[in-house]
Design a protein around this ligand. Structure first.
Ligand code: MG
Ligand code: MG
Length: 248
């Protein structure tokens, strides 16, 4: 069941989105060769708590941290720890915050120092694929119009979109209906309505789209070892079109 949000609830979700966005900015400003992913996680947790928020991922199905930090061939759900970032890495940071009972969820991929041309174009294509998906979030469009737009941009750049992990509705729970795939046929799926709030989150691989999970039970990596990037926004559908909630 898709839970529609009232304009007042969407305003409340903007605050959760704002805190999530500021957290990602602060983490991004700290990304550099030599820092550990655990240090980044501490920056995120401190800021969220300073805003009287709660880290959304901490304890979720037993996840042990505030951020998911996924390096290079890691796609999503990497666990922060003692690994030191190195020049040339790319780091996907996924962050969620709960404010007054509402969730914000957003992700960005950051370069660590100077990165390869392929890494830069992968990050750029993934960010553009998210923008293309969001542009479809208007009343009367269909759910798969979003994923089709994401897929078109990612594949036109020579990359592939992950199939096994998808976006989702978001509100008083982090994961609500519907699932929001990053692929599919335009014109299919439920009709988009004002009050729907969706987290759109393309995961785009430089190689093939297949992924597998590591033995830690969390970290998802590309099956072929190629790099992966991840961008995500929580977005409300309004009469006027998409309203991105995870911005400052
Ligand atoms: Mg996320
Ligand atoms: Mg999400």
């Amino acid at each position: 069941m898709i839970v529609l949000k009232s304009p007042v609830e969407i305003e409340m979700m903007r605050e959760a989105g704002r805190v999530t966005a500021v957290t990602l900015r602060l983490v991004g400003e700290a990304v550099r060769p030599g820092i550990t992913t655990r240090e980044l996680d501490q920056i995120a947790e401190e800021y969220i708590r300073s805003q009287h928020g709660k880290p959304a991922f901490l304890g979720y199905n037993g996840f042990p941290a505030t951020l998911c930090t996924s390096i290079n061939e890691q796609v999503v759900h990497g666990i922060p720890g003692k690994r030191v970032l190195r020049e040339g890495d790319i780091l996907s940071v996924d962050c969620g915050a709960v404010i007054d009972g509402f969730y914000g969820d957003s992700a960005m991929t950051f370069p660590v120092g100077h990165v390869s041309g392929v890494a830069r174009s992968l990050m750029e294509a993934t960010r553009r694929s998210l923008e293309a998906g969001i542009a479809k979030m208007r009343p009367g469009m269909r759910l798969y119009d979003i994923g089709a737009a994401v897929q078109q941009v990612a594949e036109a750049a020579g990359f592939s979109v992950v199939r096994e992990y998808v976006g989702h509705g978001i509100g008083r729970a982090m994961h609500e209906d519907p699932q929001v795939p990053n692929f599919g046929q335009p014109g299919k799926g439920v009709q988009l309505k004002p009050g729907m709030v969706l987290a759109v989150e393309p995961m785009v691989n430089a190689g093939g789209y297949a992924v597998r999970s590591l033995d830690d039970g969390w970290t998802v990596v590309t099956a072929d070892g190629a790099m992966s990037a991840h961008f995500e926004h929580s977005v409300a559908i309004t009469e006027e079109g998409p309203l991105i909630l995870t911005v400052e």
